[in-house]
Design a protein around this ligand. Structure first.
Ligand code: GTP
Ligand code: MG
Length: 179
């Protein structure tokens, strides 16, 4: 009989400012769909997706949260028990990148990860299709990630489906890395 005690369900939480594309990333990854229309997420919601990591079939429970402050009253309750936290910014909006620090701190405080220093974060710079409007240089973001505990960094386009799978594969691996 198998004595494999590794977890089969991993909880992923996606944080970042309103409008950076958190919902769009999840929707592209899980449903292969994208819409230009913006509808603010209220509270939080999750979608599940099965993936194979290292020959193991696991379920990712992906929690999409509201970036808008007025919808954040439920806040920390959703962060608890997360196995990986994804921090998303918009490459055309510098402020959304600068706010990653406070999203990260908020997660550490409210999510109560067991070991905050080794907890796996992944950073995504979304909207890479809007290259001509870029305000955050790739190297600059990579540097920040490096000096913040060697966080993995990806640039994606939820619109064009560029790098979305690769990012979520790394997220799945990061989530399972501790177990
Ligand atoms: P909140 O729910 O308010 O926190 O926002 P969000 O982070 O979930 O953003 P959402 O996914 O709703 O996307 C915001 C807007 O950006 C929408 O109009 C999307 O169509 C658009 N968008 C999302 N991802 C991309 C992308 O990769 N490229 C482009 N060009 N637009 C995108
Ligand atoms: Mg949303």
């Amino acid at each position: 009989m198998s004595t494999n005690k590794r977890k089969q369900l991993y909880k992923i939480i996606i944080l970042g400012d309103s409008g950076v594309g958190k919902t769009s990333l999840m929707n592209q990854y899980v449903n292969q769909r994208f819409t230009q229309q913006y509808r603010a997420t209220v509270g939080a919601d999750f979608m599940a997706k099965e993936v194979t990591i290292d020959d193991r079939m696991v379920t990712l429970q992906i929690w999409d949260t509201a970036g808008q402050e007025r919808f954040q009253s439920l806040g920390g309750a959703f962060y608890r028990g997360a196995d990986c936290c994804v921090l998303v910014y918009d490459i055309t909006n510098k402020k959304t990148f600068e706010n990653l620090e406070s999203w990260k701190e908020e997660f550490k405080q409210q999510g109560c990860p067991k070991d905050p220093d080794t907890f796996p974060f992944v950073v995504i710079g979304n909207k890479s299709d809007k290259a001509s409007e870029r305000k955050v240089e790739t190297e600059f973001a990579q540097q920040w990630c490096k000096s913040n505990g060697d966080i993995k960094h990806f640039e994606t386009s939820a619109k064009d489906d560029t790098n979305v799978n690769a990012a979520f594969m790394a997220i799945a691996k990061a989530a399972s890395s501790q177990f």
